[in-house]
Write a protein that binds this ligand. Structure first.
Ligand SMILES: *Cc1c(COP(=O)(O)O)cnc(C)c1O
Length: 425
């Protein structure tokens, strides 16, 4: 694999961008690889500055469910751009996208558009606090909710329920309002609520975890969270920034029949452009300014170009109904990977749902952060580098989800399985 041009571009980037990248995982440190610089992408393929072509299983961390550079989306984006790219004044298109989201997700009566998943979470948490008049928030170890101060918090030591900052720059005073509990552990949630339920504004959870690798919890966990929140008048927030429109047309919540009070969305609903959304019951959403007093705003919120890409994406997902086929294809690929790795006696576990999956280099079941953390990350690094060398781009961390798009073909899967067969781990 050629890397001279990417290496040169990285060296230049290092002079003016911290670490040479605009989001840390792109530096490929955890897989001990050299960054690649992308020149273009089409369908399931990435092309880098050195002319290497890769089958993409990361898909910009999830948004590109219809593949890169979809011609219908691009056409609508071009039409929108020709009419000007930002007004900071309402447009009909924002209402159209909001209507599509409201129709698609049963628990959402109103929705506010923002510019990233992080912003959506930040808004949801402020809204939950404003609505309930309480400060504390429960989150789960291994779930990622963007780089919001109140979410960059790790579990306190021992029996303390006070969280501690997981990054310098997050004040201890913020972190102490975040209670961090193990994923999939309803008893831990019950205990905390028995003690301080009347001070907890919300529980936030990824209903299918994607950010410690893919983990699908039993429905009883999510249903249990729902009833605990209802009983304690706390809000349940589903962070569906990855799950939304990835597993079905709508939210994972509609598959399992659990209605959260608030939902955060991002990634797919922007069709590859920066977007986020927070939606929920009308009564709660109307606490937001200018109806209510919980402040939230954004210069580029509801940007006409992002909204055009979002509408085009959701329209295509609605009309082409790709979900059953995506699931079958992904299941088949995962089965193929398992067969080959088992034959090679390489210990592993694959968690898969719909078109998202994670290959854990780990013999045991992966159901929470502790079990995910037992994976062999050195081995994952070797897997990443060898796949890259074979022209296949998988997520550059053991603790991320792989994604498939509607543009991946059997030929791509055959090539992928052949590369898995050639792995020397
Ligand atoms: C990606 C992600 C976010 C953050 O979204 P950004 O657009 O990167 O700010 C929040 N929550 C979840 C579950 C995510 O996967």
């Amino acid at each position: 694999m050629r890397n001279a041009k990417s290496a040169k571009l990285f060296k230049k980037a290092l002079q003016v961008i911290p670490g040479g990248v605009n989001s840390p995982v792109r530096a490929l440190k955890s897989v001990e690889a050299k960054p690649i610089f992308i020149e273009k992408a089409k369908g399931p393929y990435l092309y880098d500055a050195d002319g290497n072509k890769f089958i993409d299983y990361c898909l910009s961390w999830g948004p590109m469910i219809l593949g890169h550079a979809n011609k219908d989306i691009l056409s609508d984006v071009r039409k929108a751009m020709a009419k000007g790219t930002s007004y900071g004044i309402p447009t009909e298109a924002e209402t159209i996208l909001a209507e599509m989201i409201v129709k698609a997700i049963a628990s959402i009566g109103k929705v506010r558009l923002v510019s990233s998943g992080t912003e959506a979470v930040m808004t949801a948490i402020r809204l939950a606090r404003g609505f309930t008049g309480r400060d504390k928030v429960v989150k789960f170890i291994g779930c990622y909710h963007g780089h919001v101060d109140h979410m960059l918090v790790s579990a306190g030591s021992g029996l303390a329920t006070l969280g501690s900052p997981s990054s310098p720059g997050v004040p201890k005073d913020f972190a102490k309002n975040t209670i961090v509990l193990p994923y999939n552990d309803l008893n831990a949630v019950k205990k905390v609520f028995a003690k301080e339920g009347d001070r907890i504004a919300a529980i936030i959870v990824e209903p299918v975890a994607g950010n410690m690798g893919t983990i699908v919890p039993p429905n009883s966990f999510l249903k249990g969270l729902r009833s605990i929140c209802t009983k304690n008048k706390s809000l349940l927030i589903f962070d569906e920034v990855i799950n939304g429109f990835r597993l079905t047309y709508g939210g994972y919540q509609d598959i399992i029949g659990v209605r959260p009070d608030l939902t955060t969305l991002g990634k797919i609903i922007g069709g590859g452009f920066p977007i986020g959304a927070v939606g929920g019951k009308k009564k709660i959403m109307d606490f937001l300014s200018p109806v209510g007093s919980v402040y939230q705003a954004g210069t580029l919120s509801g940007n006409p170009v992002c909204v055009a890409a979002g509408i085009a994406t959701l329209k295509l997902l609605k009309s082409t109904k790709p979900y059953a086929k995506l699931n079958r294809t992904t299941e088949k690929l995962c089965k193929g990977i398992t067969e080959i790795l088992t034959e090679k006696s390489i210990g592993h576990t694959i968690n898969q749902i719909g078109s998202m999956f994670t290959l854990f280099f780990n013999d045991g079941a992966v159901k929470d952060f502790d079990s995910a953390a037992k994976s062999d990350t050195k081995r994952y690094g070797a897997y990443f580098r060898q796949m890259l060398e074979a022209g296949i781009y998988v997520p550059p961390s053991q603790f991320e989800a792989s994604f498939i798009s509607t543009t991946h073909t059997q030929k791509d899967f055959d090539k992928t399985l052949k590369a898995i067969g050639n792995l020397k781990l």
